[in-house]
Design a binder for this molecule. Structure first.
Ligand code: ASP
Ligand code: MG
Length: 418
């Protein structure tokens, strides 16, 4: 049994979905579970719609745009949509409208998950209808019924025992009979409230299904040839890794290599399930295989993270930063779900580099400005070089103003302001 994951880019238009069908057809002789993301940039569009609604602004033009985008894909792919417009799409858009009308109920994060999960529900429905019409029998499943999480909206924590039981008991028998099409990124809590697993979380969903089904492999179909040493949009010289160890791949994702979601590797590594990252544009190419393997030193991997903020906490009373202060800072960061990308301690201040999210920084300030003087630098760029060599470091930092720099035996990081 195999699990495939197709992300937004691989299903962003009718031609891409037809290409997906070809890939799936060439593997349709074996049990297959397929996890899909929302189409194209749908999740970003839904976030925008939600934020407009929360700011009491008119979101209808954006929602209409999203409706028309999907309708265009449906009209092209489905020869005889049951009705025009596709009733499922209309009902989902109506659902979003109603959710946004009742915006005062529940918290922002809870509402976020109710609205944002619609993208995956719509894409998976269109794709399964299309496959059926193309004589590829498949079964659509609502992932929210099987991926059980706690109620941490927007970043649901998996209840592995419940999830595993449901997938084993209810999904496994179905995969043996049909190709299964389900959604990435979404689950539900014990009260059946929809939850999401964090942006780009579909890879993680695919790994969860894989682990619970003890599948033979996971293949993530991407718009790149495999795992590359750098983003080809940013760097001229890139190499593709033919294979990587779980450890190496996990560390790359930790530093921000966006090719795979950071939570994907662990469930696979624990069960020894290989992960293939392959090109949906060139499906004959082997891509990158990630598995338990020893390798020699790899060519340097260059990872860029933009829109970073450096937040410094300074003690106010001429005392030093001590373990008490640090524990308060870490505790608050953890409560606010803020992830540290780099940190540094000095006598009177402690600095963290984090992804810039205005509302998180405001919350952080609100909680800690009694205890510390808080200073910021914004619009920064974090470069990580894994398995660095000196020429690569020199090339990357040439002419740059460096605010923080760190080096271990395996990686180099610099936070730069231009
Ligand atoms: N559609 C979601 C997102 O864009 C999940 C995913 O693509 O993995 O974040
Ligand atoms: Mg995506």
């Amino acid at each position: 049994m195999k699990v495939f994951k197709f992300g937004g880019a691989s299903i962003k238009n009718p031609q891409a979905v037809r290409n997906m069908l070809d890939i799936v057809k060439s593997h349709s002789g074996e049990p297959l579970l397929i996890v899909v993301s929302a189409m194209g940039k749908t999740t970003n569009a839904l976030e925008k719609i939600l934020n407009l609604a929360c700011d009491q602004e008119d979101f209808t033009p954006e929602l209409e745009k999203l409706y028309n985008y999907h309708k265009g894909i449906i009209d092209d792919l489905l020869s005889k949509p049951a009705k025009d417009p596709h009733p499922y799409l209309s009902s989902k858009v109506e659902e979003i409208n109603q959710l946004l009308a009742g915006i005062s109920d529940g918290t922002y994060d809870q509402l976020y998950d109710q609205v944002i999960c619609q993208g995956e529900l719509i894409s998976s429905t269109i794709i399964s209808d299309f496959f059926q019409q193309q004589d590829l029998p498949c079964q659509w499943l609502d992932a929210r019924k099987y991926i059980c999480t706690d109620s941490t909206f927007r970043e649901g924590k998996i209840d592995w025992t419940a999830t595993s039981k449901k997938i084993k008991e209810q999904v496994e028998p179905l995969v043996k009979e049909h190709i299964i099409i389900t959604q990435g990124f979404i689950g539900s809590d014990i009260q059946n409230n929809p939850t999401t697993l964090g942006r780009e979380g579909s890879d993680f969903s695919a790994a969860i299904f894989c682990s619970c089904l003890e599948a033979d492999s996971l293949t993530i179909w991407k718009d790149v040839e495999g795992v590359l040493s750098a983003d080809p949009k940013l760097e001229q010289q890139v190499v593709k890794y033919q294979y990587l160890s779980y450890q190496e791949a996990a560390e790359m994702t930790y530093y921000g290599a966006s090719v795979i979601h950071p939570k994907t590797i662990k469930p696979l590594a624990l069960k020894g399930i290989p992960l293939y990252v392959r090109s949906f544009e060139d499906p004959k190419k082997p891509g990158t295989k990630i598995f338990e393997v020893d390798h020699q030193k790899l060519p340097p991997a260059l990872i860029h993270k933009f829109d970073q903020s450096l937040v410094s906490f300074r003690v106010k009373d001429f005392s030093f930063i001590n373990e008490d202060n640090l524990s308060l800072i870490f505790h608050t960061l953890n409560q606010l779900n803020i992830k540290i990308n780099m940190m540094q301690n000095s006598a009177i201040s402690f600095s963290v580099c984090i992804d810039h999210h205005e509302h998180q920084i405001e919350q952080l300030e609100g909680r800690l400005d009694q205890d510390f003087e808080i200073l910021y630098n914004r619009h920064l760029h974090l470069i990580t070089i894994k398995n660095y060599d000196q020429p690569t470091i020199d090339r990357c930092i040439k002419g740059k103003e460096i605010l923080l720099e760190q080096k271990t035996r395996s990686h180099f990081q610099a936070l730069i302001s231009n």
